[in-house]
Ligand binder design. Structure first.
Ligand code: IVH
Length: 759
C-alpha cells in the first residue's frame, strides 16, 4: 500500500500543501528546484483530487487556489482601510537642485533630525494591496482611486510570487502588504509571441500586459500569464507596536514573512548621496530583467514620516525620480497615415528599425500636422525618437546637420492627395484639435477601428477581433457596426477568409467557436464594460466604472437624475460667479443693481447647495472644504463635461438606436447596487436638529451608529452633516456658519437607503 493510502486525508492534504509550497519557493525564489516540473505536477494533481473528493479539506490558501476559478461578472469594490497613496515626481532635468529642495522641505518639518533616505527601484507595474488575516491571504485589490479599488483576490492568488500564507511565528492578526505586480521582460516577450500567433493584439509594454492580465474576469486565464510581485510597503496593521522602525527594516521583515522585495536598495544621508544612488541604479536597472521607470526616494525612519505627514494624494516624505526618456537617432523613410475610430488621421513615421530599451522600433507617432510643421520634420531626415515608459514611441526632433540637401517641407494634405488614405473620401481639418478628419461615416477603416474598440480589453474583451479578423469582417460586409457581431453565425466565421482570393486562409471552426463563446459571454458583462464599449464621447474606462457604480442599467443612465444634477450644478456655479456682488466686474455697478445681484446670488448659492447636498447624499459627490473659507463644495465623481456628453449621447438618435438594438438582442447589462452608501456613514459625525417624521431621534441615532457614524450634540467644524427637520433651531444656523452640509429628512433617508440612486 502506498504512503498516501494509509495516511488520513487531512494530514495528507496538509503535507502536500507544505511540500508544494516548499518546491514553489525553491523554484521561484531561490531558482534551485529539487524536483522536475512533472514531479511537481504529480503532487499538485494529487492535492487537487484530494480536495475535490473532500471539499471540507479545501482551504483558501491552498496552492490549488492559484489555478483560478470560473469567470466572474465584474469586480466588486473594496475600500482601503489605509488609503493607497501615489508619489509626487522629480524629474532627471530637476537634477541635484530638485533633490536638495525636496530634502530641505522635509528637513524643515522635522528640524534637528539627521535624515536618512532609502532609495529603491520603481518597478513599472500595477500597485496592489494584499490583506492577510491571521497569516492567510484573504483579499487583494487594485489601487483604484486610492480609496476604493477592484477586488481582484482570485486573480492575485494565481500569482506565484504572492505567498498565500505568511511565514513566521509573530505575524500580526491583520497585515496589509503593498507592492507592485509586474511582468518580467522575458515573460512579456513570450506572451507577445503567444498572443501574436493566436492572432491577438499583443500588449504595447509589460506594464499594460500586467494591468490587462489582472483585469481579466477569468482567473484561469490570469494563471497562465507570467506575473510577478515585489513588496515595498505596508497598509493596515493590527498591532503596530512590534513593527520595524525603518523602511529598510520593513523590507527585511516582509522578506522574512515570505515576500519578495527589491534586491537593490541604498541608504543615503544627503541629496548628493541620493543622486549617486540614482545614477548607480540607472546603470544597474537594464540587468534587472523587468522594467523600472525610475527610483523611489523614501524617508527611512517611520516615526519621522508620521511627523512629516501626507498630502491628499501623496506622502510629503517620498518622491519618485523619473529617469529621462531614452532616445535614439534613426532615418525617417516615409510617413503613413492611420485612420482612427472617429475618422481622425494620425501621421505615423516609418523608420529605419532601431533598438531602444528592449525592443526594435520601426514606427513612431508624429502626433499631427501642426507638430510636424513645428519641428519641421521632413521625409529623409535623421530624427530623434523617444520612448518614455508606457507611451508609444514618438518622434521628438530632427538632427538638422544630417539633413540631406534634397528634402522638402512636409505637406500633410498633399502627401495624402487630399483624400482619406483608407476610403478615398473627403477630409476636413478640425481647427480645434489641429487634426484632419475623414468625413465618410462608411469609411471601412473607421468601422474596423470601432469594432476593435468594442472588443478591446476593458471593454468586451473579444480578443480575436484584434487586427486582421476585424479588417476582414468589415471588408466582407459581415459587420457594419459593432453590434452586428451578435448576429454572426458559425458558418460565416469558420469560412471567413483571412488571406486573399489567390491565397485563401480561413479562420476555421475552432477559432470561430471560441470567438462565438466570447461573444456569448459578452452579453452577460456588467454595465461598466458596456458603457466603455459603446464608445460614448468623453466616457473612458474610469468614467464608465464610476457611472456603473451608481446606475443599474443603460436605461437608468438615460436621463439620469445624478448626471442632470452634475450639469445643473456646473451651470449654477457659473451663474454664482457672475452674480457675485463682490466680484471685481460687479463692484462699479449701482447700489440698486448690486442689491438685485446679491439677492439673486444668494438664491443661486442655496440652489447649488441643495443640489450639492443631494449629490453627496447619494454618494455621487464628496464633501470638500473650500480653501480659505468655512464653506463646503461638492466634488463630483463624474465631471460636467462627461455628464453632459453621456446625457446627450443617450438622447441622440444614435443612442436611441443602440438601446433599441440591444433590447432586441436581449442584452441588458447590469450595474452594481450602490454599496458605497455604507461608507457615507463610516467615521462621519452627524448632528440632529428639529423633529423627524418617519422615525424618532433615538432610532435615527441608532441607524447612524450602526453604520459606523458618530452622533454629536453640537455643531463644530468637525461636523460632517446636520440633519434638519421642522422646528430646527440654532444648530441649523451654526451649520450654515460652519459651512456644514445640511440634509433634509428625505435626503437622510436616501443616504440610508441602498436601493437605487434614481429614487
Ligand atoms: S511607494 C506611499 N515604492 O509607483 C508610497 N511605489 O508613482 C506609495 N511603485 O502607486 C508608493 N515601485 O505603484 C513605492 N518601490 C516603490 C515602488 C512604487 C513602484 C509604484 C506604485 C505607486 C506608484 C507611484
Amino acid at each position: 500500500m502506498s504512503e498516501e493510502e494509509i495516511e488520513d486525508p487531512k494530514c495528507r492534504a496538509q503535507r502536500l500543501r507544505k511540500e508544494i509550497e516548499r518546491h514553489s519557493r525553491l523554484y521561484y525564489d531561490e531558482a534551485a528546484p529539487e524536483i522536475s516540473d512533472q514531479e511537481f505536477d504529480v503532487l499538485f494533481r494529487e492535492l487537487r483530487e484530494l480536495e475535490e473528493k473532500h471539499p471540507e479539506l479545501a482551504t483558501p490558501d491552498s496552492p490549488t487556489q492559484r489555478v483560478g476559478g470560473s469567470p466572474s461578472q465584474g469586480f466588486s469594490q473594496v475600500r482601503h482601510m489605509q488609503p493607497m497613496l501615489s508619489l509626487d515626481n522629480l524629474f532627471a532635468k530637476d537634477g541635484l537642485d530638485g533633490l536638495r529642495k525636496f530634502v530641505a522641505s522635509v528637513a524643515r518639518s522635522v528640524p534637528d533630525e539627521a535624515l536618512e533616505w532609502l532609495v529603491e527601484p520603481k518597478v513599472d507595474g500595477v500597485a496592489i494591496s494584499l490583506r492577510y488575516e491571521h497569516g492567510s491571504l484573504v483579499s487583494g485589490a487594485t489601487r483604484g482611486d486610492g480609496e476604493t479599488g477592484d477586488d481582484i483576490t482570485k486573480n492575485l492568488k494565481t500569482v506565484r510570487a504572492i505567498p498565500l500564507r505568511l511565514r513566521g511565528p509573530k505575524v500580526p492578526s491583520v497585515l496589509e502588504v503593498r507592492g507592485e505586480v509586474y511582468m518580467t521582460s522575458s515573460g512579456f516577450g513570450r506572451l507577445r509571441e503567444e498572443l501574436r500567433s493566436a492572432g491577438q493584439e499583443p500588449f504595447a509594454n509589460p506594464r499594460n500586459a500586467a494591468a490587462g492580465s489582472l483585469k481579466m474576469l477569468d482567473s484561469r486565464l490570469v494563471a497562465r500569464r507570467p506575473l510577478d510581485f515585489l513588496a515595498f510597503g505596508l497598509g493596515e496593521v493590527s498591532d503596530e507596536s512590534n513593527l520595524p522602525s525603518t523602511q529598510k527594516g520593513i523590507l527585511d521583515w516582509l522578506q522574512s514573512l515570505g515576500h519578495r522585495t527589491h534586491q537593490w536598495t541604498k541608504i543615503c544621508r544627503s541629496a548628493e548621496e541620493i543622486l549617486g544612488a540614482i545614477s548607480e541604479l540607472d546603470a544597474l536597472r537594464p540587468g534587472f530583467g523587468f522594467e523600472t521607470d525610475g527610483a523611489v526616494i523614501k524617508l527611512n525612519d517611520i516615526a519621522l514620516r508620521e511627523r512629516v505627514g501626507d498630502n491628499a494624494r501623496a506622502p510629503k516624505w517620498a518622491r519618485a525620480w523619473k529617469y529621462a526618456a531614452e532616445q535614439a537617432a534613426t532615418r525617417l523613410w516615409n510617413v503613413t497615415v492611420q485612420v482612427g475610430r472617429t475618422g481622425v488621421l494620425t501621421p505615423v513615421a516609418e523608420l529605419e528599425p532601431v533598438f531602444l530599451r528592449g525592443s526594435t522600433i520601426a514606427r513612431a507617432t508624429l502626433h499631427n500636422e501642426d507638430e510636424i510643421r513645428r519641428k519641421d520634420i521632413r521625409i529623409g531626415d535623421t530624427v530623434i525618437i523617444e520612448k518614455a515608459g508606457e507611451v508609444i514611441p514618438a518622434v521628438v526632433g530632427v538632427i538638422l546637420e544630417k539633413r540631406p540637401s534634397d528634402t522638402r517641407p512636409f505637406d500633410f494634405f498633399a502627401h495624402i492627395g487630399g483624400r482619406c488614405p483608407a476610403c478615398g473620401g473627403p477630409i476636413e481639418r478640425d481647427p480645434q484639435f489641429a487634426v484632419w478628419v475623414c468625413k465618410n461615416p462608411q469609411c471601412p477603416a473607421q468601422k474596423t477601428r470601432r469594432l476593435e474598440y468594442f472588443g478591446k480589453r476593458g471593454a468586451l474583451e473579444l480578443d480575436a477581433l484584434g487586427g486582421i479578423v476585424a479588417d476582414k469582417l468589415v471588408e466582407r460586409g459581415l459587420v457594419e457596426e459593432p453590434l452586428d457581431v451578435f448576429e454572426l453565425t458559425l458558418d460565416q466565421l469558420s469560412t471567413l477568409n483571412l488571406g486573399t482570393s489567390s491565397e485563401p486562409r480561413v479562420f476555421g471552426e475552432k477559432n470561430a467557436r471560441k470567438l462565438l463563446e466570447a461573444i456569448e459571454r459578452a452579453r452577460q458583462l456588467p454595465l461598466s464594460r458596456w458603457l466603455h464599449a459603446l464608445a460614448i464621447p468623453e466616457i473612458g474606462e474610469e468614467t464608465a466604472h464610476d457611472l456603473a457604480r451608481f446606475h443599474e442599467s443603460l436605461d437608468d443612465v438615460t436621463g439620469s437624475q445624478l448626471l442632470q444634477d452634475v450639469v445643473a450644478l456646473d451651470r449654477l456655479r457659473g451663474e454664482i460667479a457672475e452674480t457675485n456682488p463682490r466680484a471685481r466686474k460687479n463692484r462699479d455697478k449701482s447700489e440698486a443693481e448690486r442689491q438685485r445681484l446679491a439677492e439673486n446670488h444668494e438664491k443661486l448659492v442655496k440652489e447649488a447647495q441643495e443640489i450639492g447636498g443631494r449629490l453627496i447624499s447619494k454618494g455621487f459627490a464628496e464633501k470638500a472644504r473650500k480653501k480659505d473659507s468655512s464653506n463646503w463644495d461638492a466634488v463630483v465623481k463624474v465631471g460636467p463635461v462627461a455628464a453632459r456628453a453621456a446625457l446627450d449621447w443617450f438622447a441622440s438618435q444614435r443612442g436611441k438606436e443602440v438601446l433599441q438594438r440591444l433590447s432586441v438582442l436581449g442584452i441588458r447589462p447590469q450595474g452594481r447596487a450602490p454599496s458605497h452608501k455604507v461608507d457615507a456613514f463610516a467615521g462621519k459625525t452627524f448632528v440632529l436638529t428639529g423633529s423627524l417624521e418617519t422615525m424618532t431621534r433615538g432610532e435615527a441615532q441608532e441607524r447612524i451608529r450602526s453604520r459606523g457614524g458618530n452622533v454629536s450634540g453640537s455643531v463644530s467644524r468637525k461636523t460632517d452633516y446636520v440633519i434638519a427637520g421642522p422646528g430646527a433651531g440654532s444648530k441649523l444656523a451654526d451649520a450654515r456658519e460652519h459651512g456644514v452640509c445640511v440634509l433634509s429628512e428625505e435626503q437622510f433617508l436616501a443616504l440610508l437607503d441602498e436601493k437605487s440612486s434614481k429614487s
